[in-house]
Design a protein around this ligand. Structure first.
Ligand SMILES: [Zn+2]
Length: 505
């Protein structure tokens, strides 16, 4: 009897618990913000963004910019300086009103980056920086013939402009300059100062370009920016179940980066009398340890900001899970960890990328070395990553040191609820076309914006360009190109944005 009664008691408790849990789940799901009804293009789209302009001429200027091979290759000394200077000249000739009304300086080491200053009428107002970069990644040798149109031809065909740099990132540079030129023709003068900052070495890390520009502004006492906007993710479709409108993703933080070199020193000698493990074996074991012990997931480090922002629009089962994190975190962690794309949102990633050892089949290796690349989740640092790697490998035969550079800590999160984000969001919606959702995201890669991240809470990263699956592969790959429609849209976006930032507090 006692047993039965106790059993009944447990059953009652379980039923009560389930009822309470269900009640809380429903309550939390209902109280999570309802879908935003105002998804359509905004009625306040500025006339400047709607005004007709010579589209063919604008596209031709953009196409011409793709013909200068402003390639960033290591070592930097091997870059084609003449190509950068020729691109500068092309920009000067293309946008005469910009040249006339804005101050243009060459900045950097060497001075191939460009800083334009568009003086505002009220010097007391916080300034804005619109960024982009002039350099492009190389075309992988041997793949030139796979391009539909030669990579530096700037061919306009099949509704697109083809060439290296079309999406990354000459679109930002040319569209901003085109928009400013058009606004000048309309007699616009901003109340706050707007800087146009175009680096020349973003693809090498930006240390001699964007960094030098940020330092120059700092040395002039220019800080407390109302908005800093750099390249970032674009507009994508089919992002999550239940969401049937395009989503504009705005980068509000960047993961950190460090590459570590693991080295094992062996004895050498003849392979006929080997030790139980050669330098190769010891090193391979160390890498296996790292892969078998991935960094722990952290769902609260900011990787879920996008999902949380989109939750009200998502299919109900996701809405329930995201509104009740206290209950569903273990399930969320398992689901997100299953795919590389989503796993990278919630943990520091580990990628062994290089392995060097051995010279001959019958000679024991003296040295074995490997490079492992880590993308660091906010909340961790280069130092904490190195400490954990040493702890996990736990083998004094393996030396761990930073490779090439010292690495970069994750950026702080920008304010994605404040006026700068809202102004960007409004600009995106106002030029549409059609309904679009805007969501903050954590970026897996780095941008030049990192040099402003510690100096302003309003650093945002966005490209007003549609990105489908195929487009992502083209960036840094073969057949990079931008739809003509997307280029013209980018110009309108910047026309709208320049108008909107004037209204920022
Ligand atoms: Zn880029």
């Amino acid at each position: 009897m006692k047993k039965v009664r106790r059993g009944a008691g447990v059953a009652v408790l379980v039923v009560m618990a389930v009822t309470v849990v269900a009640g809380v789940v429903v309550a939390r799901t209902l109280s999570s913000s309802p879908p935003d009804p105002q998804l359509g293009a905004d009625a306040t789209t500025h006339e400047a963004a709607l005004a007709p302009f010579d589209e063919d001429a604008a596209v031709a200027r953009f196409a011409e910019a793709l013909r200068y091979p402003t390639v960033s290759v290591p070592p930097p000394a091997e870059r084609d300086t003449a190509a950068f200077l020729a691109l500068h000249r092309h920009l000067d000739q293309s946008y005469p009103l910009v040249r006339e009304h804005l101050t243009r300086e060459r900045v950097g080491r060497p001075a191939l980056s460009l800083l334009y200053t568009w003086e505002g009428t009220d010097p007391s107002r916080a300034p804005v920086v619109l960024m982009g970069h002039l350099d492009v990644v190389p075309v992988i040798p041997g793949t030139e013939d796979e391009w539909t149109h030669p990579p530096f031809s700037g061919t306009v065909a099949d509704g697109a402009v083809w060439g290296r740099g079309a999406m990354d990132d000459k679109v930002s540079v040319l569209a901003v300059l085109q928009a400013v030129d058009l606004l000048l023709a309309m007699g616009h003068r901003p109340s706050r100062t707007i800087y146009l900052a175009f680096g020349h070495d973003e693809e090498l890390g930006g240390a001699d370009g964007a960094s030098a520009i940020a330092d120059l502004l700092e040395s002039r006492g220019v800080r407390d920016f109302a908005m800093v906007l750099d390249e970032g993710p674009g507009v994508t479709e089919g992002l999550a179940p239940g969401i049937d409108v395009p989503v504009a993703m705005v980068g509000v933080a960047e993961k950190g980066y460090v590459s570590l070199e693991l080295t094992v020193r062996g004895e050498g000698g003849h392979s006929s009398v080997p030790p139980s493990a050669t330098a190769i074996g010891v090193l391979a074991e160390a890498i296996s340890e790292l892969e078998e012990h991935p960094f722990p997931a952290n769902l609260d480090a900011g990787g879920l900001v996008m999902l949380e922002a989109l939750a009200p629009h998502m299919a109900q089962r996701f809405r329930v899970a995201l509104a009740n994190r206290w209950l569903f975190d273990p399930l969320l962690e398992r689901t997100l960890s299953a795919e590389p794309q989503t796993s990278a949102l919630i943990r520091t990633t580990t990628a062994a990328t290089m392995f060097t050892a051995g010279v001959k089949d019958n000679v024991l290796p003296i040295d074995a070395s490997a490079t492992v690349n880590f993308r660091i989740l906010p909340g961790e640092t280069v130092v904490s990553v190195i400490e954990r790697v040493r702890r996990v490998i736990d083998d004094e035969r393996v030396t761990v040191a930073t490779a090439n550079e010292s690495g970069r800590d994750p950026s702080p999160f920008s304010d994605f609820r404040g006026p700068a984000f809202r102004a960007l969001e409004a600009s995106i919606r106002q030029v549409g076309p059609g309904p679009v959702l805007v969501a903050p995201v954590l970026l897996m890669g780095g941008t030049d914006a990192t040099y402003y991240a510690a100096r302003s809470p309003n650093v945002l990263r966005f490209l007003p360009v549609r990105m489908t699956d195929g487009d992502l592969v083209r960036v840094h790959g073969t057949d990079e190109r931008l739809r003509v429609e997307d280029y013209l849209h980018s110009v309108r976006f910047f026309l709208q944005l320049v108008k909107n930032v004037d209204a920022l507090p």
